[in-house]
Design a protein around this ligand. Structure first.
Ligand code: EPZ
Length: 426
């Protein structure tokens, strides 16, 4: 069986108004798995990534690794990857165009092959997504970039060397690309102002399991001593804190009692505190996160996204959806991306009272109930927010554009059905 099933599409039908009840196991983290899969390019021999999530972004990354010459196979609840014969000579077109979504291949391929060709990554619906910090840091490490027919060509003729890098913004992707270029570089690399997200910490730990020498994992100052080579390793992908947060807020919005098995509570403090502020009773247990919530959430007052350990931008749309039925007024501030309020329009069609001030701030006035509608997802986290809104709405909600949701959620319908929701995809 091909390790990469063709993507499903379709629509999700939800009958709202049911309190959630039961337990669900939280899947592996998309944003940890992607850079760790890219890192297999640097390891000699085979790596096994336990709990790697079966989502379309991972399937896309596996396809890219295969088209570069890597071998890939699912085994049990993980994936085996060996990249002995990886080369960037005449990169297949789908890799060059696919790189945008798998930008974390940039640092790994430059370190492994010394050159790279990729389409100039455009923006996406949530923002411009520039890569100036990635390119600037890699240039400090000896990479030369030039543009050719709308593509970026990078090469390191004398190989990659260590550097002192100060990131103007704690960019997650830029930190990851620097790490992937630095682990086998000549000399030492220091990153000041590195991203502290748990997914970056997981990448550091997985690289050290392969023989890298990284100090400071989880902090904003990372020091990487280049080593000659890395070896394959077995590594467990941590649970996805955003998927866990999505289901936590689903329980908050619909009411109920749920156990989120293996939720990474240690990396969810900002999200748990926000849910408690909105009325959830949360208890960290051996098995994961136990959540109880009355029928109606309270307003958080202000929800402000920020870099870790602040409230994650990837949770903003879901928190917005739940805030639409919280009595009173909630101010929502998005400080990471410049266009992450796209879900406002379909929520309004479901009855939400939302006033947007500008691209970074809006006010939600709690309404008694949302009503079911046919709505369209246009990006991953906004799509998840529409499913959560459907749980809270009266009547039936149909969410189209499910291919966006499948990028990050293994099976949101199955997970929510296990919590008693009347939901199915067609
Ligand atoms: C990662 O994106 C995540 N994606 C995003 O999750 C997440 O929202 C984001 O980090 C913030 O936590 C993956 O890990 C695959 P950034 P990334 O570089 O690396 C600006 C999801 O839904 N910036 O930290 O692209 C940028 O414009 C996705 O799972 C520059 O200006 O995020 C943004 O405003 C969405 N120049 C801010 O930094 C650069 O060179 C944060 O971006 C790079 C970034």
């Amino acid at each position: 069986m091909s390790p990469i099933p063709e993507k499903a599409t379709g629509e999700i039908h939800i009958r709202g108004g049911v309190r959630l009840q039961g337990k669900v196991k939280v899947q592996g983290s998309k944003n940890a798995a992607l850079p760790i899969l890219a890192a297999t390019i640097l390891a000699e021999g085979e790596s096994y990534l336990k709990d790697c999530p079966k989502i379309s972004d991972v399937y896309r990354m596996l396809r890219l690794l295969q088209s570069l010459g890597g071998q890939v196979r699912w085994e049990g609840d993980g994936v085996c990857v060996s990249t002995g014969s990886i080369t960037t000579q005449d990169m297949p077109a789908d890799v060059i165009t696919g790189m945008r979504s798998s930008l974390c291949l940039l640092g790994a391929l430059l370190a492994r092959c010394g050159s790279i060709v990729m389409e100039y990554p455009g923006g996406c619906v949530i923002g411009q997504r520039p890569i100036d910090l990635h390119l600037g840091a890699l240039e400090q490490m000896g990479v030369h970039f030039h543009e050719e027919e709308g593509r970026i060509c990078g090469e390191a003729p004398e190989g990659i060397h260590g550097a002192e890098i100060h990131l103007a913004l704690p960019s997650v992707g830029a930190t990851e690309n620097i790490l992937l270029a630095a682990v086998t570089a000549r000399g030492v690399t220091r990153i000041e102002g590195a991203a502290r997200e748990p997914e970056v910490e997981a990448l550091c730990r997985s690289l050290n399991a392969c023989g890298a020498r990284i100090e400071g994992a989880g902090s904003s100052c990372l020091e990487i001593r280049g080593v000659k080579r890395l070896h394959g390793a077995v590594y467990r992908i941590p649970a996805d804190r955003i998927v866990a947060g999505t289901y936590l807020f689903a329980a908050l919005g619909a009411g109920g009692c749920v156990l989120l098995e293996q939720a990474p509570c240690g990396h969810m403090q900002g999200v748990i505190r926000m849910a408690e502020r909105m009325g959830a009773l949360c208890q960290v247990t051996e098995e994961g996160l136990y959540v109880q919530s009355a029928a109606k959430p309270a307003s958080a007052g202000v929800i402000r996204t920020g870099v870790y350990p602040g409230f994650p931008t990837d949770m903003q749309s879901v928190a917005l959806a739940v805030s639409t039925i919280a009595p009173g007024e909630t101010r929502i501030e998005e400080h990471i991306f410049e266009n992450r309020f796209r879900v406002t329009e379909p929520l309004r069609r479901m009855g939400a009272d939302i006033r947007q001030l500008d691209s970074h701030c809006l006010y939600v006035k709690g309404t008694d109930r949302l009503h079911g509608q046919r709505v369209e997802a246009c990006e991953l986290r906004g799509g998840a927010a529409l499913v959560v809104a459907g749980l809270m709405a009266e009547g039936e909600t149909v969410v189209t554009g499910c291919e966006y949701i499948e990028r990050g959620y293994e099976n949101i319908c199955k997970d929510l059905r296990e919590l008693g929701v009347r939901i199915h995809s067609v």
